[in-house]
Design a protein around this ligand. Structure first.
Ligand SMILES: Nc1ncnc2c1ncn2[C@@H]1O[C@H](COP(=O)(O)OP(=O)(O)OP(=O)(O)O)[C@@H](O)[C@H]1O
Ligand SMILES: [Mg+2]
Length: 382
């Protein structure tokens, strides 16, 4: 790696959290498609693999919609494991919307039968009003009641309203007899001027929620798949390098995208490190060097992951890395010392449950959740 004196440049790449502004590559097609549904207040579920840019897209899309006069309720369900978590997110999202505080007195009135989980206070430095939630002792039935009231209150915020729930699969994973899933569905029907956007990455769980006739959300939404970024993403990256006077071979970026299975997170992470290492000309070799550094830096995490797996599960991963697919043939099973097809099937199920691999619900193809883990594993097995 180049040790010459480095100019201090503002790194044009970012990773580790959703990107906005100049760090965000716009997805015009997806935006237009989504607009068609939102304009008609139709609800949409967007699913895509992990680290592909769903949250970044959603945040940028919602920001533009706010500028166009929509009220937006943004919920991140990643940490929602109880109804109180959901209610807290919901109330905070409502409180952020213009006009919500003005309506607060009405809202409190609606809450009169619930032992006051809400309070309103002024920030002493800015004088701005804010709503705070004290849910510590609220009973389960009060919490449920408060969710219902808050959703009705939310629906009155505006005639142009979008409600987005990121990591939506969490709602389907709650152990609540599907109460929240059914409640959301019935509120969607009741308040039909509201457009809901659900995003998430656990495709199998989300598809089950929307495509299974026993589930409340059965066929309630238009399903969209989060797209791979087109060739323009490569041009965008080359331009970002050239803005900081780094020469970049377009083919090197195509190569990088192939190596990391077109995962925007890793594309940005590798590019970030290429810049921070002071490399002045980006080639296949420099891309390989940085991928090696990144995968080695994660060794501890990946070793810990291997430690929790059974020998059968490791053998299955070995087959997946070295053969590029799962095979049940006797010849391949013998090669990897896997006793029977049913062993492989139950091993795959546990690896899917542990979110190490994903099974495409349509094609049944198996792939790694984390392409960097696959790269690390293939080096380890070499
Ligand atoms: N539109 C984009 N333009 C440029 N980089 C992007 C874009 N979208 C995502 N990225 C890169 O990918 C990273 C992950 O993005 P984001 O968190 O939005 O993905 P996600 O699909 O929501 O991930 P997760 O499945 O972990 O929730 C970002 O930090 C950024 O480096
Ligand atoms: Mg996300």
């Amino acid at each position: 790696m180049n040790n010459e004196k480095r100019d201090i440049v503002k790194n044009p790449f970012r990773y580790g959290k959703p990107v906005t502004g100049e760090y965000f590559f716009k997805l015009n097609h997806l935006e237009k498609e989504l607009d068609n549904y939102i304009k008609s207040a139709l609800s949409v579920a967007i699913v895509g693999p992990r680290r592909f840019g769903k949250t970044s897209f959603l945040k940028n899309y919602l920001c533009e919609k706010r500028e166009k006069g929509f009220a937006v309720i943004e919920i991140d369900a990643f940490n929602v494991v109880t109804h109180k978590d959901f209610l807290t997110q919901l109330i905070n999202a409502i409180a952020k919307e213009k006009g919500a505080i003005k309506r607060f007195t009405d809202w409190l009135g609606e809450f009169k039968n619930i032992r006051s989980p809400l309070s309103c206070s002024a920030n002493p430095s800015t004088g701005e009003m804010s709503i705070s939630v004290e849910l510590g002792n609220a009973s389960e039935s009060d919490t449920k009641q408060a969710i219902l009231l808050s959703m009705d209150s939310m629906a009155k915020l505006s005639k142009k309203l979008i409600v987005s729930i990121d990591e939506f699969q969490r709602i389907g994973e709650l152990d609540d007899g599907r109460w929240l899933e059914a409640t959301l569905r019935s509120k969607m029907q009741e308040h039909d001027h509201v457009a809901f956007i659900f995003t998430g990455s656990r495709r199998s769980i989300i598809e089950e929620m929307f495509n299974h006739s026993s589930r409340p959300f059965y066929r309630s939404c238009k399903m969209m798949f989060f797209p791979l970024f087109g060739p323009e993403f490569t041009d965008w990256i080359v331009r970002r390098f050239s803005n900081v006077k780094i020469n970049c071979d377009r083919l090197a970026i195509q190569y990088l995208r192939e190596q990391v299975e077109d995962t925007p997170h890793y594309v940005q992470e590798v590019c970030f490190h290429l810049v921070s290492h002071g490399i002045k000309s980006i080639t296949h070799e420099s891309v390989d060097d940085v991928i090696n550094i990144i995968s080695s830096q994660s060794s501890y995490t990946y070793e810990s992951l291997l430690n929790i797996l059974t020998p059968t599960q490791i053998k299955i991963l070995r087959m997946l890395v070295l053969e590029g697919r799962i095979s049940y043939s006797k010849y391949v099973r013998n090669k990897y010392e896997l006793k029977s097809a049913s062993y492989i099937q139950s091993g795959i199920k546990s690896l899917v449950d542990k979110q190490i691999i994903e099974k495409d619900p349509g094609t049944r193809d198996i792939s790694f959740d984390d392409p960097m883990f696959k790269i690390w594993l293939s080096k380890k097995l070499r």
